[in-house]
Design a protein around this ligand. Sequence first.
Ligand SMILES: NC(=O)c1ccc[n+]([C@@H]2O[C@H](COP(=O)([O-])OP(=O)(O)OC[C@H]3O[C@@H](n4cnc5c(N)ncnc54)[C@H](O)[C@@H]3O)[C@@H](O)[C@H]2O)c1
Length: 404
Amino acid sequence: MYIFKAGVVGAGAMGAGIAQVISYSGLPVVLKDVDQAMLDKGLAQIRSIYQGRVEKGKMSAGEMQSKLDLITPALDYGEFADVDVVIEAVPEKMSLKKRIFTELDAICPAGTIFASNTSALSITEMGRATKRPHKMVGMHFFNPANVMKLVEVIRGEETDDEAVQDIVAFTETLRKIPVVVKECPGFLVNRLLTPYLNEAVLCLQEGAATAQQIDAAMVDYGWPMGPFTLMDFLGLDVCYDVGQYLYSQYGDRMAAAALFEQLVKAGRLGEKSGAGFYGYGDNTDEPVRQMIARMNGGRRLGEFRPERLMYLLINEAAYAVQENVADVRDIDMAMIAGTGMTVGGERLGPLALADKLGLDTLVAGLEDFEKKYGKRFHPAARLYELVKEGHTGVKAKAGFLEYV
Ligand SMILES: NC(=O)c1ccc[n+]([C@@H]2O[C@H](COP(=O)([O-])OP(=O)(O)OC[C@H]3O[C@@H](n4cnc5c(N)ncnc54)[C@H](O)[C@@H]3O)[C@@H](O)[C@H]2O)c1
């Protein structure tokens, strides 16, 4: 099905960004909110994205205006009677999202695809609140939506192939990279990032290294920014909430570092609150250092190595493979496009990296970490299987991927 017109519900940070991306592709889009002030703010955000392009000489003022003219702001559903797709981007509350899709169900044609930009909630459950569960799909953009290339396309239990294919094609017309993911808690990128980020916090609270040292080491490794800079940008409350949800779903391997909770309780939520792992403006990171000293008694309780973080991320990717959450290449693509990760400048996702390291080496490394730091490092069954089959990676010409 070709998408001629789209609707976006919720004109906040994500909804406005998504509406900008749709208008930029040349499609008309209705942007709805319940709050005129939020709608105005969303439109101002869109205008400023376009203005930036005009100032860089990438588009003329006339082109900007014609793109802006494709956006119809709305406080009601009047314009939703002929949309081919709706992307919902209201706050992360299941009851609210279900209510919105029930309202849309009564207004939109039966063929309209319903997409949610939820970061973690169940697409299947949202679909079941409507008369069209087969037309419900996740369309998980990353922040800022106008910059980040990846869109995780989430297939719920009842989503049909046609809806998935239509959203994949639509995502491509938006010049984004779609990766189809079977519904699972955290989907792909947040699921793989959570143990990696949490391990960085554990290293910090153990006094193994400072936030600056860990960030610098991970940037050297190939990441566009270190884990603490990233968490301060994303918001510690957001990371903590995602972590708690994943802990409730996956158990101990996602258990949050104690320091996380202490920082959130102290109101150090990252850049947005002026203080997180680092201090911003007049604030410093001295209170964080004091918290850490209280937790580890001023002693170094563990050792930091980039592998401590990376092996957990790879192991979670191996769990995703064994659960058929996505194809091996798609998992790698999602991590590269969703996080900008490289390894020494080479575009390698976690599974290609695992093959390069050698899966036997990886398993031995995980087992070693498991002895030192606990069960969360226990290798995924898929890793043991591949090693047993002799598929140890690039050196054996077969691992997660095949090599000629
Ligand atoms: N912010 C991120 O980094 C990020 C990244 C990916 C996904 N998400 C997800 O995107 C969704 C939106 O997040 P956000 O950060 O843009 O939130 P936000 O709080 O910035 O915006 C939410 C908007 O929804 C509006 N709204 C509330 N109730 C509404 C209703 N009944 N009808 C229409 N509009 C309504 C609010 O007025 C507000 O403008 C959430 O599900 C979130 O988990 C967020």
